[in-house]
Design a protein around this ligand. Sequence first.
Ligand SMILES: *[C@@H]1O[C@H](CO)[C@@H](O)[C@H](O)[C@H]1NC(C)=O
Ligand SMILES: *[C@@H]1O[C@H](CO)[C@@H](O)[C@H](O)[C@H]1NC(C)=O
Length: 437
Amino acid sequence: MYEKIIILSTILLTSLPSCFSSYPFDKGDAPFISSDVYHQNSHLHGHITRNSLTKNRHGYAPRSSPKAFNVNNFGAKANGNDDSQAFMKAWEAACSSTGIVYFVVPKNRNYILKPVKFSGPCKSSLIIFKIYGMIEAWKNPSDYKERRHWIVFENVTNLRVEGGGRIDGNGKIWWPNSCKINPQLPCLGAPTAVTFVECKNLRVSNIRLENAQQMHMTFQDCQNVKAFHLMVESPGNSPNTDGIHVSGTRNILIQDSIVRTGDDCISIVSGSENVRVTGITCGPGHGISIGSLGADNSEAYVSNVVVNKATLIGTTNGVRIKTWQGGHGMAKNIIFQDIIMKNVTNPIIINQDYCDRPEACPEQKSAVQVSNVLYKNIQGTSSRPIAVKFVCSKSIPCRGISMQNVKLVDQTQQDVSKASCSNVKLDTRGNVSPLCT
Ligand SMILES: *[C@@H]1O[C@H](CO)[C@@H](O)[C@H](O)[C@H]1NC(C)=O
Ligand SMILES: *[C@@H]1O[C@H](CO)[C@@H](O)[C@H](O)[C@H]1NC(C)=O
């Protein structure tokens, strides 16, 4: 049954129009108003009417031709001072303009921004936010008043962020002050580099995102998202630097990207539904995670997640589901398929006893139910003898866990690994190794 649901959602997601520019990144020297602008529009999840495009192509007077808003024309200097006012002015102009608009961050320049919020709703039918150059984070933490965000796109419908440029969070200013690095310090958190909140019909591609203050990119309460050809990079020892974080978001495809950070490669948390992750390379970092879910006795729902064609290299986890004791809700209909592990510490893990706090977490009866999880075609090596770990809840055991063609060997001994399983009934097909004993 759940396979059916997932197949349906997979069809739904894969049938979103696809559009690939040269991999891995745009060169960034394309003219920003190109003759294929109408052609490009047809890629946007179908929200520009075909009708108006056809008219334009056939030479009827277009209702509006695309307009470009270059941050330099709004006072951005790229001279080491703060350019956020100029960016905000350019955004206001772009957002209040009708038709298709380009927001342009020119190439070969380095713009420094304090925290900025690009808010909708906009009058434009489509905003193409072209980052050709580099955007760097302002270095003084005391200017981040709210502390949790740096660049925010909020409530924008029909938005594309692309261009082959670079976004650098200057995380090295923040990392030493993390309580994960220095336990004497209070856990205040640090900004997420790029956050999309309540955006609809969003495409993010061909961007290099590095050294985030904390998480690199978050999709929060968005719908219809396609993120691809992203390069996300921070040192392996940088604290809480998740690559791509998905929260409360429906219909999201994350594709053909490389994520090397100090925390989760991709993390998918409560309220997320129809999530497809494909063609991802992770490592270093903590691997691909669903959760954590159910912290502080909260209710959490995640469903219809497909992770396929992933390669994990030297990560602390491979594919992981983690829930806290005491939570409610469920994580269900999840497929991990066609995955290669290289020297991964915990290649396959479900942990319903997750506890990321200095003090111990007490045993509790309730748990986020984990059900219908398929692990299929997973191969490679683990850095420790236990390659498969199912730590399921005593009161709410894991249900419908299947493994098919799984072969994980110990990195050092090139030997059969072990599985450690509690409160789970496994359904296995094909060759599965290691098996629960
Ligand atoms: C988001 O945009 C819609 C219109 O598209 C508007 O009604 C709503 O108030 C906006 N929400 C926020 C939080 O700005
Ligand atoms: C495998 O991973 C472990 C720890 O995760 C590391 O110490 C070791 O050097 C790695 N081995 C190889 C061959 O990469």
